[in-house]
Design a protein around this ligand. Structure first.
Ligand code: HEC
Ligand code: HEC
Length: 388
C-alpha cells in the first residue's frame, strides 16, 4: 500500500514537472493597458459595477476574515493539501494589490498567475477564467477604491511537495480549461447570462462538483455534488433539483432569501446567499436560475408533506445553523425549529454527526445539536430511509 502511494507520488511529480516546462512556454501574457473604459463608463460607475461584480463573485468569502477589515485577507481555507490563506487584496502597496496593473489582476483571475508566483487553485480561477476583461477591470477599479490595509499575508501551511508553487503551473497545464461544461441546456440570452453568473462569477462548481486526487474538478460530473469537509454540497443539476421538488420560483426565492419550501441554507451555502446571491439584481437572480433549470425546466417532483412553512414566514435569511429537518421535525428541539431543511440536507447532518465535530466544552458546531443527541440519531435513521 505504502509502495503504491510512493509510486503514485513519483508519477504525479513527473507529470506535474512536465507540465511546468510546457506551461512555462505556453504562459499567456496580456496588454498592460490601463483600466478598460471601453463601455464609456465614468470612474464612479465603473467602481459601482465592480462592487456589484465582486459581490456576485463572493470575493469576500475568502478575502475578508471574521474580525478583519474588508478584503485584508487571512481567511483560512482547509484543503486536502494543507491550509491556504486568502490574501490581502486591498490597494496596500506592500501587502495588497496597490502596485498591480489591471492586466496583472486579470492574469490572476484568468490564469491563476500573480506577479512573481502562481496561486493555489483554492483561489477559484478555474471558474473566474470566464470573467470578461471588462468585468475584471471593473472589479479591479472597485478594489483599488477601497481602504488600503497594511496587513501582512499569512504564510500558507502546505507540506512538501505541494509547497512548491512552480508545480501549480503544471496543475494549470493539466487541469485549467478555457470553459466549464454546461450543466443544463439552453440558448436564450437569459440562460447565457445565467451561465456566466454560475460558471464564472458565482463559481458554483467549485463546491458543487466532485474533485479528483489532485484537487481538480471532475468536469464530467459538473454540479453533481461535492464534499466540503463536514458538509456535502448537494447536486444541483436540473435532474437532481427537479427530483427534490425545486420549482423555478423556489430556486429564485432560495437564492434571494436563503430559504424555500425545501429548506434553508445553513452551511457554506448560507454564506454564499448572505454575501453574494441575495445581492443579485432580479434579472441576474432569474438568469442564474434559468441556467440551473435550463431553458426547458423539468417538472419537479412533489415535496414531502412535512416540508415548508407558510410563504409569509419565508422572507428573511435565517441565521446559520438554525434549521429543522422535514424528515424528523418532532425530533428537533423547538428552539432549533427556525426554518425547515430540505431532504437533501439529510446528507449533511449525519456527516456532521459522524465526524462528531463538537467542541471540548460540549457545545455543537453551528448550532446543531450534539452528535449523541436523539435529534441527530433520528435524523440519521430518517436519512437512511429516504435514501434507499
Ligand atoms: C474560495 C475562496 C476564494 C474566493 C471566492 C476568491 N479568492 Fe482570491 N484567493 C484565494 C486564496 C486562497 C488565495 C491565495 C492563494 C495562494 O496563496 O496561492 C487568493 C489569491 C488572490 C489574489 C492574489 C493575491 C496575491 O498577492 O498573490 C488575488 C488578486 C485575488 N485572490 C483576488 C480575488 C478576487 C478579486 C476575488 C473575487 C472575484 C477572489 N479573489 C475570490 C481564495 C479565494
Ligand atoms: C462555498 C461552497 C458553495 C458555493 C460556492 C455554492 N454552494 Fe450551493 N451549497 C453549498 C452547500 C454546502 C450546500 C448544502 C448545505 C447548505 O450549506 O445549505 C448548498 C446548497 C445549495 C442549494 C440547495 C439544494 C438543496 O436541494 O438543498 C442550491 C440550490 C445551491 N446550493 C445553489 C448554488 C448556486 C446556484 C451556487 C452558485 C451561485 C452555489 N450554490 C454556490 C455550498 C456552496
Amino acid at each position: 500500500m505504502k509502495a503504491k502511494t510512493a509510486a503514485w507520488g513519483i508519477v504525479v511529480i513527473i507529470v506535474v514537472g512536465a507540465g511546468v516546462v510546457l506551461s512555462g512556454i505556453l504562459d499567456p501574457s496580456y496588454e498592460t493597458s490601463e483600466i478598460d473604459q471601453a463601455d464609456s463608463q465614468t470612474p464612479a460607475q465603473l467602481i459601482t459595477r465592480g462592487k456589484y461584480l465582486a459581490m456576485a463573485a463572493d470575493c469576500t468569502a475568502c478575502h475578508t476574515s471574521k474580525d478583519g477589515a474588508p478584503f485584508a485577507g487571512g481567511v483560512p481555507l482547509a484543503t486536502p493539501f494543507g491550509t491556504i490563506y486568502g490574501s490581502n487584496i486591498t490597494p496596500d502597496k506592500k501587502n495588497g494589490i496597490g502596485s498591480w496593473t489591471s492586466a496583472d489582476f486579470y492574469k490572476v483571475l484568468h490564469d491563476g498567475i500573480a506577479p512573481g508566483h502562481p496561486v493555489y487553485p483554492a483561489m477559484p480561477y478555474t471558474s473566474y477564467r470566464s470573467i470578461s476583461r471588462a468585468d475584471s477591470d471593473a472589479i479591479f477599479a472597485y478594489l483599488r477604491s477601497i481602504q488600503p490595509v497594511p496587513v501582512a499575508n499569512k504564510a500558507n501551511d502546505v507540506p512538501f511537495p505541494f509547497n512548491i508553487r512552480a508545480l501549480l503551473r503544471g496543475w494549470n497545464f493539466l487541469f485549467l480549461r478555457n470553459s466549464l461544461p454546461d450543466a443544463s441546456s439552453g440558448s436564450s440570452d437569459e440562460w447565457v447570462r445565467g451561465k456566466y453568473l454560475a460558471n464564472g462569477l458565482g463559481h458554483c462548481t467549485e463546491c458543487h462538483t466532485p474533485r479528483g486526487a489532485l484537487g481538480q474538478l471532475t468536469l464530467g460530473k459538473t454540479l453533481q455534488g461535492g464534499d466540503l469537509g463536514d458538509i456535502h454540497a448537494v447536486g444541483i443539476t436540473p435532474g437532481q433539483l427537479a427530483a427534490r421538488g425545486w420549482t423555478t420560483a423556489d430556486l429564485q426565492h432560495f437564492l434571494a432569501f436563503g430559504i424555500a419550501p425545501q429548506g434553508s441554507a445553513y452551511g457554506e451555502m448560507h454564506d454564499v446567499v448572505h454575501y453574494s446571491t441575495q445581492h443579485l439584481t432580479q434579472a441576474d437572480n432569474k438568469a442564474l436560475v434559468r441556467y440551473l433549470t435550463g431553458d426547458t425546466p423539468l417538472s419537479p417532483a412533489a415535496l414531502p408533506a412535512q416540508a415548508g412553512r407558510p410563504p409569509e414566514q419565508r422572507k428573511s435569511l435565517p441565521p446559520a445553523g438554525l434549521c429543522i429537518w422535514p424528515c424528523a421535525p418532532a425530533a428537533i428541539p423547538p428552539t432549533a425549529r427556525a426554518s425547515p431543511m430540505s431532504p437533501s440536507h439529510c446528507t449533511a447532518i449525519p456527516r456532521y454527526a459522524t465526524n462528531s465535530r463538537t467542541t471540548s466544552s460540549g457545545s455543537s458546531w453551528r448550532g446543531f445539536p450534539p452528535s449523541s443527541s436523539p435529534a441527530i440519531k433520528a435524523a440519521r435513521r430518517c436519512r437512511a430511509s429516504t435514501q434507499s
